[in-house]
Design a protein. Structure first.
Ligand code: 13P
Ligand code: SF4
Length: 377
């Protein structure tokens, strides 16, 4: 494969990219649930087919109850691609809304109800930072074709960067297929930003001996000559919600109930995934509990809202949070407050759009290539 020039992307710190996003007007801040539900239903009735609401599995109950589709990142990106509504309201975080904007047609608007919903892990790999790491690593491995793969949990400029270098996007449900695609095409993979998903995927492919880590914040942690000797280079990013789970939590659950089964998200540490009975995306976690026999116990190692939903959706199964009260909610996902949903819907019904996510045109096309490659694998 011919090496491409490093992309020159005009990029800013991702968290502050959307400075046009607005805060909730004070009159929406104290709504009671009954009133809010009535007002959301009335606005949805007015808007009819013009609007579709997509809700990630980690959203609060009051959001998923209004969602037309609930799912994991992969399912929601497919739903966004198929949606023909004029407005796609995204109950999720910024990178998901960006991906929806890239995938939907130009005459559709993607609305992220709250501006604060930014995944910290996505912010751990800034395109500018990756661009300079790329220059160092490719210089240290001049004869190798390195394929960059970015997890869906990344900003559009990084997705665009990966496409420009022959790479692609993956989600937690198809990371192993993205690695296979990359190794068919090139010699090495640079995986961003989640080192745990990268490590878990390398294990799944029996390539755990091939791993090296690149820590962009530690001058001692990024030796280009050293990492260039490995086939899989992992960016040192992580999710705080999932890093919290430890093997001791699994031991404790099994000590409390020897029949308990454990399922965790692949953003968890390697040893946790290894010790669990099963690991998979949020959709896999949902399917597993949906298919469990009545009376089975499943301990869930992921964001607490999903565990709570599963307890409500499947009362016949004994669903428990893997680390009890210490399980975290995702601060970014939590920002999608139902009051924000009420506000954006009522405003849309009056013909006013707020908090529209619009990826810059120069990023949109290339990031779209990276997403299309994922949808094709
Ligand atoms: P899924 O793709 O499994 O839904 O996960 C998204 C996410 O943000 C996990 O933290
Ligand atoms: Fe990001 Fe973790 Fe929240 Fe997922 S759970 S959106 S990875 S911070």
């Amino acid at each position: 494969m011919v090496k491409m020039e490093t992309a020159e992307l005009d990029t800013d710190l991702s968290l502050f990219k959307y400075d046009n996003l607005e805060q909730l007007p004070p009159r929406y801040r104290e709504l009671e649930e009954d009133e809010r539900t009535e007002r959301i239903d009335a606005a949805l009735e007015d808007l009819g087919d013009d609007v579709v609401i997509l809700g990630h599995n980690y959203q609060r109950r009051e959001i998923v109850e209004h969602a037309d589709f609930i799912g994991d990142s992969y399912q929601l990106s497919k739903e966004a691609a198929e949606a023909d509504a004029e407005y796609v309201i995204f109950g999720g975080v910024t990178f998901m809304a960006e991906s929806a904007d890239i995938i939907t047609d130009d005459d559709q608007s993607v609305i992220l109800p709250s501006m604060e919903a930014s995944c910290p892990m996505a912010g751990m790999a800034e395109a500018l930072q990756v661009d300079s790491a790329w220059a160092e690593i490719t210089a240290a491995a001049p004869d190798a074709d390195i394929i960059p793969i970015t997890y869906m949990n990344s900003y559009a400029d990084l997705k665009a960067f990966c496409a420009s270098q022959g790479g692609l996007v993956c989600t937690s449900s198809n990371a192993h297929e993205a690695f296979e695609y990359a190794f068919n095409k090139g010699d090495k993979v640079l995986f961003l930003p989640d080192k745990h998903l990268g490590e878990n995927t390398a294990h799944r492919l029996d390539m755990e001996e091939e791993i090296a880590e690149w820590d962009p914040w530690d001058p001692e942690g990024k030796d280009a000559d050293e990492v260039a000797e490995s086939d899989i280079i992992l960016w040192d990013g992580y999710c705080q919600v999932h890093e919290r789970f430890r093997e001791e939590h699994i031991d404790q659950v099994r000590a409390d109930n020897p029949d308990a089964n454990v399922i965790v998200h692949p953003e968890c540490r390697r040893e946790v995934v290894e010790a669990a009975d099963k690991a998979g995306s949020t959709a896999t976690i949902c399917e597993t509990v949906a298919n469990a026999d009545p009376g089975d116990t499943w301990a869930i190692g992921t964001e607490i809202h999903l565990t709570n939903h599963l307890q409500r959706w499947h009362p016949e199964v004994n669903v428990v949070p893997l680390c009890g009260d210490a399980c975290m909610d995702c601060n970014a996902m939590r920002q999608i407050d139902p009051n924000y949903l009420t506000w954006v819907l009522e405003e849309l019904a009056e013909g006013r759009e707020h908090n529209v996510i619009e990826v810059a045109p120069e990023e949109k096309e290339l990031a779209g290539v990276a997403l299309d490659r994922m949808l094709e694998i």
